[in-house]
Write a protein that binds this ligand. Structure first.
Ligand SMILES: [Zn+2]
Length: 241
């Protein structure tokens, strides 16, 4: 990564200097004298950092680019808090969590996230199973609540190891195309979709995503046991490769 001097450089955007300003200020509160923070086009919402004694270099998800100084400062506090030994583990302030739930955040960032997702089919209707129908059935059964702006799609590839995926923050659920076959009963993709929709409904959580409450809720699905058996078979059976 190149070393960018951000002060007095008119070519550097105002947003970048805002990021740098926030992180340098919060870094200083944590004893860092040399902080260099830049936006990065990560697919996932994340930040990475390298630290060496009192200097830190950070790459921050550009999904925060329009979030403004207060929220960027909150994120900086969370990250520096986590960098310090024995510091806070919870990275997001309440204000940040509210921001992630706002329509502005999701309407700006979800399309960006979808463009960066290389493995999505961008389709709910599969060759055999329709995710919209499966989702509707789960709602009709009262198993999950509707989450606004949720985007659901089949994947392009047949991933057997990871049959479902959910980005809670971007409200995107992907179901592996390996489950979209006529020999696989619809309750199998329904069950995996249910699992991912519970994640969406639960939102960002501090601690384990698959806690006891989650597992208990998962078991409410009418085909829980059969679906689990199917999934074990799909992982093990070469015919699904
Ligand atoms: Zn899960």
């Amino acid at each position: 990564m190149t070393d960018i001097s951000y002060w007095g450089n008119s070519r550097v955007s105002g947003q970048e200097s805002e990021l740098q300003r926030c992180f340098a200020r919060v870094g200083a509160e944590h004893g860092f004298t040399d902080v260099n923070a830049n936006w990065e086009r990560f697919k996932e919402f994340k930040a990475t950092w390298k630290r060496c004694s009192t200097s830190a270099e950070l790459l921050i998800t550009d999904y925060m680019k329009e979030s403004g100084e207060d929220l960027i400062t909150d994120l900086a506090r969370g990250i520096f808090g986590r960098m310090g030994r024995g510091g806070v583990k919870e990275i997001y302030s309440e204000r940040l969590k509210q921001h992630f739930l706002s329509p502005e955040f999701i309407l700006r960032n979800q399309p960006l996230y979808l463009r960066r997702s290389r493995n999505l089919a961008y389709a709910q209707q599969g060759r055999v199973h329709d995710l919209r129908t499966l989702e509707q059935d789960l709602h009709d059964l009262g198993l999950v609540k509707r989450v606004p702006h949720a985007y659901i799609s089949w994947t392009k590839g047949d991933n057997r190891q990871r049959v479902g995926y959910c980005s809670v923050i971007m409200r995107v659920v992907a179901i592996s195309r390996v489950l979209d076959r006529k020999e696989i009963p619809s309750f199998v993709p329904s069950y995996v979709l249910y699992h991912e929709l519970i994640h969406l409904e639960n939102g960002l959580r501090f601690g384990s995503y698959h806690d006891r409450e989650f597992r208990e809720r998962e078991r409410i699905h009418p085909h829980h046991e059969e679906a689990e058996r199917w999934l074990r078979r799909i992982v093990a059976d070469p015919q699904f490769r």
